[in-house]
Design a protein around this ligand. Structure first.
Ligand SMILES: Nc1ncnc2c1ncn2[C@@H]1O[C@H](COP(=O)(O)OP(=O)(O)OP(=O)(O)O)[C@@H](O)[C@H]1O
Ligand SMILES: [Mg+2]
Length: 470
């Protein structure tokens, strides 16, 4: 990742967060601001004295807006920036306890699992130099079995593939042995042995997992515990032949695992999950029952809402890493709410999402900017894709305007699917070009309004046709 030296989400002030989101999401200023403030409030809360800190609960948000205007995209971008545990889940994935599907508590387990990975990686990175040195030492031991630091046992010459014959050095390294070893280390670092085969003992995996399913008793944890049981009984340490290159990867994993203290990882991960965790619940409108019927899918949707409620309010969820308190986790929900309204959510849940922010419908000028400005703008993507074939595609501003107008027109005459329309239109616009790109290598193709009209007019003017293919 290239953002190692850029600042991370939790250190950003609201205006910085908004600026970061601006790189990818056009407009929707209100939503960006609300979210930026809610995110910043977590950092502020963390700075409070402990007695007040516990009193401040997170200001959960619901983002409301028509389809395809950037709700999920905002979540995706926050996820990329976040140095706090963050997950995005779809409300529709969950079912009431007792039905087939995922129970809502699994979102907390997933969040914690992300935090554990995150902390483990950070801690291992801090030890990178130590790990690297240890890995090298182990590789050198393999390459120079007779030059080990150990007292000289006539080692069973198991490593039949290491044919290097070096004079036997009894005891610790003698001067000569030492210098041979250092010479080999240089060569090793330069990759001179990468393809050489050695025999290693792949250690049995998964220490520290053990049998931890007691107490949580949910299906996923049980399955995971079973897997780790399998690795205790099944996968005995095996000797196998691998290249030095591969051995280096294996040893690095092992040494990294060894270099971090599992208990510290879990403590830190738990703290981060509880204090700074963020859960983004997408498609929340899909679990809002429209009033009326008291049977059928509405019942089970309400059931999911009831299950989610305690988690949002603050409850204790047991995971294989211990009990997680959800009181201070920030929840951001999003939904189009064209059929159901936020008021169709059960009142208790509405109360737990005090902040509402609406996203605007996208207009022609927004489409223009979406096509052109974001760092991952669609026109840039096509430009890059076709560049791989040696074709230089350019879009004139007038052509982009024309595309935006067409997108808006189709959105109003058939269904309004927001910015998603741009993708289908661009695909049709460039279909011909994509098909024959390899034959056009070396050329510059400029997309003009005339080209746009020529490719799209037939489809757009025929409503029935556009309904199917645009
Ligand atoms: N404001 C915007 N700026 C830039 N790109 C956008 C914007 N809105 C939407 N897009 C693009 O359109 C696509 C769909 O947007 P997104 O997934 O955010 O829709 P949504 O609001 O979550 O809709 P839904 O309610 O249907 O889930 C995304 O790939 C995104 O790149
Ligand atoms: Mg979405």
């Amino acid at each position: 990742m290239d953002r190692q030296n850029t600042i991370k989400l939790d250190d950003m002030v609201p205006s910085q967060i908004v600026k970061e989101l601006d790189k990818y999401i056009i407009g929707q200023d209100k939503a960006k601001r609300t979210i930026a403030v809610a995110l910043r409030n977590r950092t502020r809360r963390k700075r409070l004295p402990e007695n007040i800190r516990d009193e401040v609960s997170p200001k959960n948000i619901i983002m409301i807006g028509p389809t395809g205007v950037g709700k999920t995209e905002i979540a995706r971008r926050i996820a990329k920036l976040s140095n706090a545990p963050f997950i995005k889940v779809e409300a529709t994935k969950y079912t009431e306890v007792g039905y087939v599907g995922r129970d809502v508590e699994s979102m907390i387990r997933d969040l914690m699992s992300i935090a554990v990975q995150m902390v483990k990686r950070e801690m291992a990175e801090a030890q990178e130099d130590v790990v690297k040195r240890r890995v090298e030492d182990r590789l050198l031991d393999l390459l120079l079995p007779d030059l080990k630091e150990m007292p000289p046992e006539p080692a069973p010459n198991a490593s039949g593939t290491t044919e290097l014959q070096v004079a036997n050095a009894p005891g610790a390294f003698s001067g000569a042995a030492e210098s041979t070893r250092e010479k080999f280390r240089k060569m090793l670092q330069a990759g001179a042995f990468d393809d050489k085969e050695v025999e290693i003992t792949a250690a049995a995996r998964s220490q520290g997992i053990g049998i931890e399913m007691m107490g949580s008793g949910n299906l996923e944890d049980i399955q995971e515990a079973m897997n780790s049981l399998g690795s205790i009984f099944g996968n005995k340490a095996k000797r196998r032949k691998v290249t030095i290159k591969r051995a280096r990867d294996i040893f690095t994993d092992e040494e990294m695992e060894k270099s971090v203290d599992q208990d510290r990882v879990i403590d830190e991960a738990k703290e981060r999950t509880e204090q700074m965790g963020i859960i983004f619940i997408d498609e929340i409108d899909k679990i809002a029952g429209t009033n009326g019927s008291a049977s059928g899918p509405d019942v089970s949707r309400q059931g999911v809402q009831r299950d989610i409620l305690p988690i949002v309010e603050g409850t204790k969820v047991s995971t294989k890493w211990g009990i997680i308190d959800t009181t201070h986790i920030l929840f951001i929900a999003a939904g189009a709410f064209h059929v159901a309204k936020p008021s169709d959510l059960i009142p208790e849940l509405q109360g737990r999402f005090p902040l509402r922010t609406e996203l605007d419908d996208l207009k022609t000028k927004d489409f223009f900017r979406i096509l052109k400005e974001p760092e991952n703008a669609i026109t840039k993507q096509y430009h890059e894709l076709l560049k791989t074939e040696g074709v230089d595609v350019r879009f004139t501003d007038e052509a982009i305007t024309r595309i935006s107008e067409i997108a808006w027109e189709v959105n109003t005459t058939s269904e309004n699917i927001g910015a998603r329309r741009l993708y289908t239109i661009m695909e049709i616009l460039l279909e011909e070009l994509s098909y024959s790109a390899s034959e056009l290598s070396g050329q510059t193709i400029t997309i003009t309004p005339a080209y746009v009209d020529q490719r799209l007019n037939d489809v757009v003017s025929n409503q029935d046709l556009s309904r199917y293919i645009l």
